[in-house]
Design a binder for this molecule. Structure first.
Ligand code: GLY
Length: 443
């Protein structure tokens, strides 16, 4: 099989590694030269992934059998529809179905109209007076979300990023003035108290087949402090469940995702691809915070190395609605830690050399996924985005964490990383917090 892969990050490196391992020849389009992707691919095209016509034409000229699209932005731009014009089937949603991620308004409305459990109170505004009227009567904390894509950096929570109603109004003003996320519209949601987890699932238009749950760390600094980022790392437990949740609670989340896919089919826009549910577990069960319409980044690196079924076959089954009822993953824990440029989350220092001793990393047993670096004359340079990810995998999460740390010592340069991800203390802290929430002590 010849496959067109779109995207140049660590998520796409993980996708392409899996495709190649399972027998595909891959042709990859990316903006900067990601050395891992370049080596794994038959051929690469350095181009803007948003130039969807160029991407589709290149795929056609290579005679690919299908395409896999990594990032959300080209999906929102309609790359799957454009590929269809060029008779290339794709693993990923159409432009319409991609609205589940691209428009928070579309997503919330769909959940409400189809009475899907796990939904929460929300309002959509594009002006200050209406927001002021809500805040006058609403006595709970709120969460502010620009309607469109913000790379995970647009969500602001009262009590964390916004301390007062004045702060909420100021942020609304910024969204309106600067069209953050591409629009002056924004969603105001009730703030939900709980513990967050990611549940990714393959979806073939009808059926949802879950992958192991993953816990993501969005904040830049240790102890989950500092600015929001695209994600500094993530971990998953051997049994595939969040350490603070029961099997039944995760099954409830799977049910919410199944009903969402059913709703998309009911409106005649079936969802084919990877559906990413950003959930928060509350005392009353899981609530959906957001959907993404692709693998998570970093979460792809926690699940794809564990996949035991053939990924190329699964891609075919996603496209032709024939997924089996379950997909096999190795029962192992994973710890993924991102290496980023210094200043990432505030002002990244781009153009700095990164030194990676691949042979030594391999000896530790950890997986290495290159992200948004640029390879020039055999040297690797930072860009403004994340540089590379290291993933430790073991039966025991403590050993997986140690493996990721021992590999990280072989990466140097002007780079930054969080060392606390996957360590026992932050994991225990989440268990204890969830217990307190269940007892009604936090809420
Ligand atoms: N981990 C967050 C995302 O992929 O959007």
């Amino acid at each position: 099989m010849k496959v067109l892969a779109v995207g140049g990050g660590a998520r796409e490196h993980a996708i392409v590694k899996s495709l190649v391992k399972d027998g595909a020849k891959v042709f990859t389009v990316m903006k900067n030269k990601n050395p891992g992707l370049a080596r794994a691919s038959e051929e690469i095209l350095l181009a803007n992934e948003m130039d969807i016509e160029k991407v589709a034409e290149w795929g056609k000229s290579k005679g690919v059998d299908f395409a896999v699209v990594g990032p959300e932005a080209p999906l929102g731009e309609g790359i799957v529809d454009e590929l269809a014009v060029h008779e290339i089937p794709a693993v990923g949603p159409t432009k319409f179905a991609a609205q589940l991620e691209i428009s928070k308004e579309f997503c919330r409305d769909l959940l409400r109209e189809h009475k899907i459990p796990g939904s929460i109170d929300y309002w959509v505004f594009d002006n200050i007076p209406d927001l002021k009227a809500l805040l006058k009567d609403y006595d709970k904390d709120v969460v502010m979300k620009p309607i469109g894509l913000t790379g995970g950096k647009g969500v602001k929570v009262m009590g964390e990023h916004l301390m007062t109603h004045e702060d909420v109004l100021d942020y609304a003003q910024q969204i309106i003035q600067n069209k953050i996320g591409g629009s002056s519209r924004f969603v105001v949601e009730e703030k939900i108290v709980g513990e967050e987890f990611t549940l990714q699932a393959f979806a073939d238009g009808r059926r949802v087949v879950p992958m192991p749950s993953v816990m993501d760390h969005k904040r830049a600094y240790e102890g989950d402090t500092g600015p929001n980022t695209g994600g500094m790392g993530s971990y998953s437990m051997k049994n595939g469940l969040p350490q603070f949740a029961t099997f039944e609670e995760v099954e409830e989340a799977v049910g919410i995702m199944q009903q969402t896919v059913d709703a998309m089919r009911a409106i005649e826009h079936p969802f084919h691809g990877t559906l990413y549910g950003g959930f928060i577990l509350t005392k009353e069960g899981p609530r959906i915070l957001e959907y993404n319409v692709r693998f998570g980044d970093p979460e792809a690196m926690n699940v794809l190395p564990l996949l035991e079924d053939n990924f190329v076959d699964l891609c075919g089954q996603i496209m032709d609605s024939s997924l089996p009822s379950a997909v096999k993953f190795a029962e192992k824990a994973t710890v993924c830690k991102y290496v980023t440029p210094v200043g990432y989350g505030v002002k990244s220092q781009a153009g700095e050399k990164v030194f990676v001793d691949e042979a030594k990393i391999e000896q530790t047993g950890a997986e290495l996924y290159y992200a948004s670096v640029d390879e020039r004359d055999s040297d690797i340079y930072t860009t403004t985005s994340r540089s590379l990810a290291i993933v430790g995998i073991d039966e025991d999460i403590a050993e997986a964490e140690r493996m990721s740390e021992s590999a990280l010592q072989y990466v140097s340069g002007k780079v930054f990383m969080r060392h606390d991800i996957g360590k026992p203390d932050p994991i225990e802290k989440r268990i204890r917090r969830m217990e307190a929430i269940r007892r009604g002590e936090i809420g």
